[in-house]
Ligand binder design. Structure first.
Ligand SMILES: C[S@@+](CC[C@H](N)C(=O)[O-])C[C@H]1O[C@@H](n2cnc3c(N)ncnc32)[C@H](O)[C@@H]1O
Length: 214
């Protein structure tokens, strides 16, 4: 039986709770992480240059993306204790030269304009207080020719059984927040309000995503 998810309180989180979240992700959600990384690599080709992972959690996703690409990844996380676990994970995987943990808020990304070839954000969207502002920040940091992939879901390479299992756990953990991942019209309106013209909303078995192009 999988562990019950730990309800997240991201404002201030004791290190012990951040550690439990990390274990829960590794135990229960690896198929989703691997599937989404595979989808990104298949859709966007050989990935190199600079990537921002916004709301990176304990960097499990960033580590898998890094292993399968030539990206240098800035892994941005606002919760200090979660960032501490991310640092430990990156170190134990020997990737400290390729993944740089950054404590920062998605609403005020601590980066200059047009620094990133790719901005990825998976499963953080539901947390953002001012979603339009975060999309503006993501677009600001994208280079011309860059790609943003922002939303949530399990990627298209998980089977139905696995997907149902993870969806049950996710919805329990996120409660009402999980509903935002079934509202493509709302996501589209937010991206438009952010002033982004070149985008596509993906709402299929892979989840709900905004693909941004600059
Ligand atoms: C469900 S986790 C997803 C982690 C990771 N992206 C993944 O796919 O496994 C969402 C993360 O977003 C972070 N987060 C929420 N709001 C944020 C913000 N405004 N700025 C930066 N990180 C944020 C949370 O602290 C949490 O670690």
């Amino acid at each position: 039986m999988p562990d019950k998810p730990v309800p997240a309180d991201y404002a201030v989180m004791p290190l012990s709770k951040a550690r439990l979240l990390d274990q829960m992700v590794k135990k229960n959600f690896m198929p989703a992480i691997l599937s989404t990384v595979r989808q990104i690599i298949e859709d966007y080709g050989d990935l190199k240059g600079v990537c921002l992972d916004v709301g990176c959690g304990t960097a499990v996703f960033a580590i898998e993306l890094c292993r399968r690409s030539d990206l240098k990844i800035y892994a941005v996380e606002k919760t200090k204790s979660i960032c501490e676990i991310a640092c430990a994970n990156i170190k134990s995987e020997g990737l400290t030269n390729r993944i740089i943990p950054v404590i920062g808020d998605a609403h005020h990304l601590p980066f200059e304009n047009e620094i990133a070839d790719l901005v990825i954000s998976r499963g953080s969207y539901h947390c953002w207080q001012a979603k339009v502002l975060v999309f503006q920040e993501i677009y600001r940091t994208l280079k011309k020719g860059g790609i943003g992939f922002v939303g949530g879901g399990f990627g298209r390479y998980v089977g139905k059984e696995e997907s149902d299992r993870m969806r049950g756990l996710r919805d329990l953990s996120l409660k009402d927040d999980a509903k935002v991942y079934s509202q493509p019209n709302e996501l589209e309106a937010i991206v438009r309000q952010a002033g982004i013209l070149n985008f596509r909303i993906i709402f299929d078995e892979s989840g709900l995503w905004a693909e941004l192009r600059k």
